[in-house]
Design a protein around this ligand. Structure first.
Ligand code: PLP
Length: 414
């Protein structure tokens, strides 16, 4: 192992916060290189969930008794943490959802159904996760709007020069783009896309599922109109996500789901909607999950998002170098300086699932498949890749063990 730059965070010490790393898998220490899929959970998050259930649990916004007030305070406190985490102006703009997918559907249904129609154009990118692709494709087809994907170049970066041609297909109303590609790690030029979209009075939706856990995200600096992320990829529990939207857009939008909590007044004749953000939170919300997300935000900000980003950048350069030494290995996407901590590759003549299984026998967890990126795989001429992804607890030794496993896979399949 030869990471030369001085690590800015102490990943060994951070690992001690994560009980899962005490496990052995197939008799070997766990090397978890699948954090882009879902992250592991530190003790402060696990403790926060337990303490909340043991000391403060009741339903929110319904009770006048002490326990209900404690639960309200914890839930509302989590929203305040989420607001600060993305530098939103107000908690009215911060909606809790089940995950990023539900958040992106909320925007697609809530904004798209009322604002799109024939003659309009919805643009996504070839890099999108299905969660930021399929809802837009579906809503475009339902409303009669045209739908197109911004293509990528041979480095897996967006070809923004294609925008001129794409624009001829309709009135650009919405651009939906991931911040970081979950397959290639490409970091997209959101500022340029925001400027381009706004020059055309279009709305920019950012899928920050692979960014919010790993780098500072500031919705005001990004100048986007909507942004979604998911708790389980950022040390939080499953079942919680966040949608941020500009207040004036959220105010004008129709609700996504209907029922309790999201109403102001219900009569047989008509129903009026609750104020933001409750208009978009129908039914009992994921209360404990939000509290867990709040604890995860405290944990990540305690370590420092800049430090996490730097640590992952060092690991990515190291992985790029080590993987390049493996004969018959093809790496996809941009060079390490132009990507986040995600590396996709294939070993000649060996299916990615076989690769993942061989390295798993050494205790190394990586993902194999299309990564919910079928349009991207088509564009790359592939059906699947093997993907390693890094987080604040990842170590260079884990990359070494992956590389050893790849050599073993080559021997087994030669
Ligand atoms: C870029 C991106 N967007 C959206 C999602 C969906 O996240 P969730 O499954 O938590 O809704 C993922 C998950 O892999 C992702 O990588």
């Amino acid at each position: 192992m030869a990471v030369t730059a001085q690590p800015r965070l102490d990943a060994e010490r951070i690992r001690a916060d994560f009980p899962i790393f005490e496990l052995e898998i197939h008799g070997k220490p766990l090397a978890y290189l699948d954090s882009a899929n879902s992250s592991q959970k530190p003790r402060p998050v696990l403790d926060a969930l337990r303490t909340f259930y043991e000391t403060s649990y009741a339903n929110v916004h319904r009770a006048v008794y002490e326990l209900g007030l404690r639960s309200d305070a914890a839930y509302d406190g989590a929203r305040q943490k989420a607001r600060a985490f993305i530098n939103a102006e107000t908690t009215a703009e911060v909606v809790f959802t089940r995950n990023a997918t539900e958040g992106l559907n909320l925007i697609a249904y809530g904004w798209g159904l009322d604002n799109l129609g024939p003659g309009d154009l919805v643009l996504v990118t070839e890099l999108e996760h299905h969660s930021n692709f399929v809802p837009w494709q579906y809503i475009a087809h339902r409303t009669g709007a045209a739908f197109a994907a911004i293509p990528i170049d041979e480095n897996g970066e967006l070809r923004l020069e294609a925008l001129d041609e794409l624009e001829s297909r309709g009135r650009v109303k919405l651009v939906a783009c991931g911040y970081v590609s979950n397959s290639l790690g490409t970091v997209n030029p959101l500022e340029r896309l925001a400027a381009w979209a706004h020059e055309r009075d279009a709305v920019l939706v950012v899928d920050a599922a692979q960014a919010a856990p790993h780098r500072p995200v500031d919705v005001q600096a990004l100048e986007c109109d909507f942004l979604a992320f998911t708790g389980h990829k950022m040390c939080g529990p499953t079942g919680i996500g966040v949608v941020w939207g500009r207040r004036e857009l959220l105010e004008r939008m129709s609700p996504f789901e209907l029922g309790g909590e999201m109403i102001r007044k219900v009569t047989v004749e008509r129903t009026t909607w609750n104020e933001l953000p409750h208009k978009f939170e129908a039914g009992t919300p994921p209360i404990a999950q939000a509290v867990g997300l709040g604890a995860a935000i405290d944990y990540l900000t305690g370590v420092g998002l800049e430090a996490i980003e730097r640590h992952e950048a060092e690991l990515t350069s190291y992985a790029w170098g080590r993987l390049s030494e493996v004969p018959g290995l093809t790496l996809y996407g941009p060079s390490p300086e132009r990507r986040a901590g995600i590396v996709s590759f294939n070993l000649e003549g060996i299916h990615p699932h076989d690769v993942a299984q061989v390295v798993d026998s050494e205790g190394v967890a990586v993902r194999a498949g299309h990564h919910c990126n079928q349009p991207l795989m088509t564009s790359l001429g592939l059906s699947a890749t093997t993907r390693a992804s890094f987080y604040l607890y990842s170590l260079p030794e884990e990359i070494d063990r992956l590389v050893d496993g790849l050599h073993r896979a080559r021997k087994l399949f030669s």
